[in-house]
Design a protein around this ligand. Structure first.
Ligand code: FDA
Length: 393
């Protein structure tokens, strides 16, 4: 039997960061993970360059049943703290867009940073370790694993969400929460592409690969980013962002002319170039392939623009700036970046991440019902929540 001060289950972003913090306080820490490799999602993230934080991180960038919960951790370990650590490790990085910071070279730099910090702090990391049973004992917790039995004073659950089961995601964290009587909020895939109903999918399939800037809105939330047509449906940052606010059955509203008023655009085309075909007018603002496809899909008349009636112009403008799309669903956990829902934050201390009614049991990272927008916010939550627990475990 191995006895440790702290056992952390999950060697991902939150678990490794928490381990380094606790180890630096001279706690005897071991991280257990069932996967062969640590930090697999980090390695895959940001197209292999890891969008490790966002310069503009604030609590408004997170979804949570209790929007105040994330404030404490985010303010005590901020994006600037993590950026300093990245700089200390000599990792070159750059802002891609909207405050999103990426490694210049490789996401592996971030995994190496975490492993170096763990190494400096004397943390033991054990991979390929299945957790078979967790029990509360008087001195803390006992674990039975494929690597033998353990006991610890503090147990940290950092097993993440359900997205990308191929990268080792499991519902383990939710099951442990339930075992100890904690409420777990319903989960669903987020930051995920939409799939379309067959009719729309077939009509728009030929647009696969085309990206346009849009305002995407759903349930009182709007994002201005790029939308990408795919052979299954709609993706790109605008769609991934709005997917977090979408629930089955909801309709999306998409403004495909985010930088101008659609009716004014059409009216000025009518007065300036009245003899020009509708398709030609529209190619001023959309790719040609998209114009041809939309004319057929919407049943617009491709005639000299002066021949369109006022009501036709209004209907056209309405589609351009308020295209109503009812997705069939999403691509689900297979391709989602994150999971919405999870361990109910009402069960946890926002300062320490410890379960309010279960001494010594902590939940950090994505397993908790805190979900960031696309853009480095989810890693920042992993660092901030891992840091908060790392100070006290
Ligand atoms: P994480 O998932 O990182 O780690 C959980 C660990 O627990 C894993 O190592 C897993 O093997 C282990 N585990 C699970 N079940 C277990 C069990 N039963 N027993 C033992 N171990 C178990 N975010 C961001 O901010 N910027 C970005 O660029 C990206 N990019 C991105 C790309 C892709 C493809 C995905 C899927 C996700 C992202 N994300 C992201 C989201 C980000 O990766 C995610 O929010 C964090 O990794 C969450 O960190 P955690 O440590 O909570 O879980």
């Amino acid at each position: 039997m191995i006895r440790r001060d702290v056992i952390i289950i999950g060697a991902g972003a939150a678990g490794l960061f928490c381990a380094a913090q606790a180890g630096a306080r001279d706690r005897d820490v071991e991280v257990l993970d069932h996967a062969k490799k640590v930090g697999r999602k980090i390695l895959m993230s940001g197209g292999g360059r890891c969008n490790f934080t966002n310069m503009y991180t604030s609590p408004e960038n997170f979804l949570c049943d209790n929007p105040h919960f994330c404030k404490s951790a985010l303010s005590r370990y901020t994006q600037w703290d993590f950026i300093s650590l990245v700089a200390e490790h000599g990792i070159a990085y750059h802002e891609k867009t909207l405050g999103q910071l990426f490694c210049d070279d490789s996401a592996k730099d971030i995994v190496d940073l975490l492993l170096n910090e763990c190494n400096k702090a004397g943390v033991t990391i054990t991979t390929r370790c299945e957790i078979l049973k967790v029990e509360k004992i008087e001195s803390g917790y006992s674990l039975s694993t494929s690597n033998g039995d353990y006991e610890c004073e503090s147990l940290v659950i950092a097993t993440g969400g359900l997205s990308m089961p191929k990268l080792g995601a499991t519902p383990f964290g939710y099951k442990i929460a339930q075992q100890f009587g904690l409420n777990v909020l319903a989960t669903r895939a987020a930051l995920v592409p939409f799939t379309l109903h067959d009719k729309d999918k077939e009509a728009l399939a030929e647009l696969s690969g085309i990206a346009v800037d849009v305002y995407a809105s759903c349930n009182d939330t709007t994002f201005k980013e790029a939308m990408l047509f795919t052979h299954r449906g709609l993706s790109g940052p605008a769609m991934l962002q709005i997917s977090s606010y979408w629930e089955a059955g909801d309709t999306l509203s998409i403004n495909m002319l985010p930088n101008e008023d659609a009716l004014s655009f059409i009216n000025s085309a009518r007065s300036e170039t009245p003899d020009v075909l509708l398709a030609t007018c529209l190619t001023k603002v959309f790719p040609k392939r998209m114009v041809q496809c939309f004319i057929e899909y919407q049943g617009w008349r491709n005639v000299p623009i002066k021949q369109l009636s006022h009501s036709e112009c209004e209907a056209l403008a309405n589609v351009l700036e308020n295209w109503q799309v009812k997705p069939n669903g999403t691509e689900g956990y297979r391709t989602a970046e994150v999971t919405i829902g999870g361990v109910d934050t009402n069960e946890l201390s926002s300062k320490t991440m410890m379960a309010k009614n279960v001494e010594g049991l902590y939940f950090i990272g994505e397993v908790v019902d805190v979900t960031g927008w696309l853009g480095g916010f989810n890693f920042q939550w992993a660092w901030s929540s891992g840091w908060a627990a790392g100070q006290v475990v």
